[in-house]
Design a protein around this ligand. Structure first.
Ligand code: GDG
Length: 473
């Protein structure tokens, strides 16, 4: 029976090592939840790096067999591969260029590119060990751009889908990459290429047709008589989980404590992974402007800011963390009083129940990335507002802003505009909050993660059938 093979850089699993004994538990990320309905079925499988720094040769067999029980197949990486393929090429070329930070943060080292190719080949070998004709392979994200073509060369008829979770930049950005031809050729090995937004699709088509000798008609690119379709599939969340959690005993209890702690204050929530693309510093500047221009809010509002540690072995991330620490510290030292602090800043991650309690308690959620493929935090906030109150402020540079049009939409570079948006949110009448939130909740509920998985996989099947019927004509 044909199977589906999911492939991503990281496996959806958490590994812990206590007393030299490895424990594995499935992780709860949105992608894992959405794809859970697929990879756990029949003989389907998910291939990826298990994420633990380096796993000794001697432990690999044990881990592999434990993972197999969870329908997971590991690709083990050495320290050098992690540092050059992942931290190097993926996060110092592709991430900055695709988020329009090429001139500030991208460095183009040949050895990183060499490792990117080596690791993509390693993933190909893992796929070839299990793939059979008739299978469907769904590859995810920017770490594996070469993989669709590598697999296509070995299995010309297999069905391959690719989804990019981050923005696809304009041709003017993409063309800067020394290995632009190879990267595009890699992606074009897929039958269906999915993006979060139509703008990403547009950029991809125009970039591809300018850089490579291929033709396109609308969203279909012809590569050596093979049709490749590029389309937008805005990713949803596990709405059911986020709207059920606030009703659980544990979350109700935590939300009560939060309300008690911030009694008399309106709570503004900000949650991101540490990343320059998330606009955390600019957000703090907008908050600072608010305190400067509107002292009447002092003692009446609080910013609850969670920054989740990420990639902090990459120097730019470490530097950014220092800047955020300094800015939050200096604002608190300037404005705090004996019994009030403007910013409650945490540099760590929290269990999902705490996140849910914060989502359901915050009066305002401030999501202002400089550039974001989608942004799931904004959708999780909306899904958690089961009483339809609360206000979302959302950057127009996040893919989610194309769907969540009832948020207050801002340009994150315009600090004055963000400051005014915070005031508008703090002062918004309840009936307006409800009218906006209801619209957004309906959308999030309908276009959830299961819907996303279904429309992508249905479309991939359709595209493949179309290709096959063309070949037999
Ligand atoms: C990439 C793209 C695209 C955050 N803090 C905690 C925690 N989180 C969870 C959130 C959310 C996820 O992390 C972050 O997702 P985002 O979408 O906001 O951002 P990226 O990590 O940059 O994701 C992005 C996404 O891929 C999907 O395609 O939307 O544009 O950049 O789910 O809830 N989870 C827990 N504790 C925390 O402290 N448990």
């Amino acid at each position: 029976m044909p199977k589906t093979i999911i492939v991503s850089n990281r496996l959806p699993v958490k590994i812990s090592n206590t007393d030299n004994e490895y424990q594995l538990s499935p992780s709860e990320g949105g992608l894992a939840t959405g794809l859970g309905s697929i990879y756990k079925q029949d003989n389907n499988v998910w291939i990826g790096w298990p994420g633990q720094e380096v796993i000794e040769e001697t432990d690999r067999d044990t881990i592999t067999s434990k993972l197999q029980d969870l329908s997971l197949l590991p690709v083990f990486l050495s320290q050098e591969e992690i540092s050059q393929y992942y931290e190097g090429f993926s996060n110092t070329v592709l991430w900055p260029v695709f988020h329009y930070y090429a001139s500030t943060y991208a460095t183009y080292a040949q050895s990183n590119w060499d490792y990117y190719k080596i690791v993509n080949e390693k993933f190909k070998d893992a796929i070839l060990k299990v793939a059979e004709p008739g299978d469907t392979i769904w590859i995810h994200d920017y770490q594996l751009l070469l993989l669709p073509a590598l697999v296509r060369n070995e299995m010309p008829d297999v069905s391959i889908g690719f989804f990019l979770h981050i923005p696809f930049p304009s041709h003017e950005m993409f063309r800067l990459i020394p290995w632009r031809y190879e990267l595009l050729e890699g992606m074009l090995g897929a039958d269906l290429i999915g993006f979060h937004t139509f703008d990403d699709v547009r950029h991809f088509i125009s970039t591809t047709t300018r850089i490579l000798p291929v033709n396109s008609s609308s969203n279909v690119i012809t590569v050596n008589d093979r049709l490749v379709v590029a389309e937008a599939f805005p990713m949803g969340i596990d709405e059911n989980k986020y709207s059920s959690l606030p009703k659980s005993k544990e979350v109700i209890e935590q939300a009560k404590q939060i309300k008690e702690t911030f009694k008399g204050n309106k709570l503004i929530l900000s949650i991101d992974r540490l990343d320059y693309s998330k606009g955390i510093l600019q957000r703090l500047e907008a908050f600072e402007l608010l305190l400067q221009l509107h002292p009447e809010y002092i003692g009446k509002i609080a910013l609850y800011m969670i920054v989740v540690p990420s990639r902090d072995t990459v120097p730019q991330y470490k530097y950014l963390r220092d800047l955020i620490d300094k800015k939050a510290g200096s604002l608190n030292s300037l404005y705090r009083t004996m019994d009030w602090s403007p910013i409650h800043y945490y540099y760590r991650s929290f269990p999902i129940e705490t996140l849910s309690a914060l989502y359901s308690s915050a009066d305002v959620c401030l999501v202002t990335p400089m550039r974001d493929g989608m942004n799931l935090v904004s959708k999780e906030y909306v899904a958690s507002r089961i009483h339809d109150d609360g206000v979302l402020i959302l950057s127009e540079m996040a893919g989610a802003s194309k769907e969540l049009i009832d948020a207050i939409i801002v340009n994150p570079n315009n600090i004055g505009e963000v400051c005014r948006a915070i005031i508008q949110a703090l002062e918004m009448p309840l009936d307006e909050q409800k009218a906006r939130m209801q619209q957004m909740r309906q959308l999030i509920s309908k276009f959830n993660i299961s819907h996303w998985v279904k429309i992508f996989t249905d479309r991939l099947r359709e595209v493949k059938q179309q290709q096959r019927s063309m070949q037999t004509r």
